[in-house]
Design a protein around this ligand. Structure first.
Ligand SMILES: C[S@@+](CC[C@H](N)C(=O)[O-])C[C@H]1O[C@@H](n2cnc3c(N)ncnc32)[C@H](O)[C@@H]1O
Length: 216
């Protein structure tokens, strides 16, 4: 198992739709994709099932899945290469370094899917929705760009909502504590990630919120 992980880590560096710390496409992602289509990021994407499905459904939108773990990103990378899906790229970085990889306003929308809860107070600095991370997201997102966030973890969701409210320049668009029962929301938001499948099989409800940053 560890050996397979290491092989995938090594292979990741060679795959043409995978990128890491070199930041070669900052401000030029549309040149990489060879079009001027919108760019949507999935943050902490793991195996990027959401982005991959959306990329196949929406060839006129570019998707970039971002995660710390190259062996997870290896999966969608291989699948995209095998199936000829060219509007998805995978980026292996820490989200705190987002500004090194994207120019201001370069991104049209953001998905945050099932972040690690880091439940202890002393771990709060690692939560992908804490103020330091949010600042980085706002910096790369163009005005009016939608942020969509889903999680199974109700305590994390409460913490997130409190953080978003304190952020002040956030305007909420939609909120539900049971995404898959919400009739009025687009089916795209219900495409399941790896973690979402796992938690739904256990009968856990999925929390979802979307918002935009208001320019200050
Ligand atoms: C619980 S998993 C969820 C994976 C996927 N979004 C899903 O729903 O199946 C959280 C993911 O976030 C990634 N992650 C956590 N902190 C990160 C950070 N600071 N930068 C980039 N990725 C991070 C982890 O490596 C992990 O793959």
């Amino acid at each position: 198992m560890a050996r397979r992980k290491n092989i995938r880590k090594e292979e990741f560096g060679q795959l043409p739709n995978c990128f890491n710390k070199t930041a070669e496409w900052k401000g030029k992602w549309r040149t990489y994709f060879e079009n001027d289509h919108p760019i949507i990021l999935e943050l902490g994407c793991g195996k990027a099932e959401l982005s991959y499905t959306l990329a196949k459904q929406n060839p006129e939108i570019n998707y970039i899945g971002i995660d710390l773990k190259p062996d997870r990103l290896w999966h969608p990378s291989k699948q995209a290469l095998e199936e000829g899906v060219s509007n998805i790229a995978l980026l292996c970085i820490n989200l705190l370094d987002l500004a090194d990889h994207f120019a201001e306003n370069e991104v049209d929308g953001i998905w945050i899917t099932f972040p690690d809860p880091f439940p202890k107070n002393r771990q709060a600095k690692h939560r992908m929705i804490n103020p330091a991370f949010l600042k980085g997201y706002q910096n790369v997102l163009k005005p009016g760009g939608l942020v969509q966030y889903k999680t199974d973890n109700l305590s994390l969701f409460h913490y997130s909502l409190e953080t978003f409210v304190k952020t002040e320049n956030i305007r909420f668009k939609y909120l539900t504590f049971d995404l898959h029962e919400a009739l009025e929301i687009s089916e795209n938001t219900k495409i399941e990630t790896t973690y979402e499948k796992k938690f739904r099989e256990m009968g856990v409800k999925i929390n979802y919120v979307s918002f935009v940053f208001i320019p200050q």
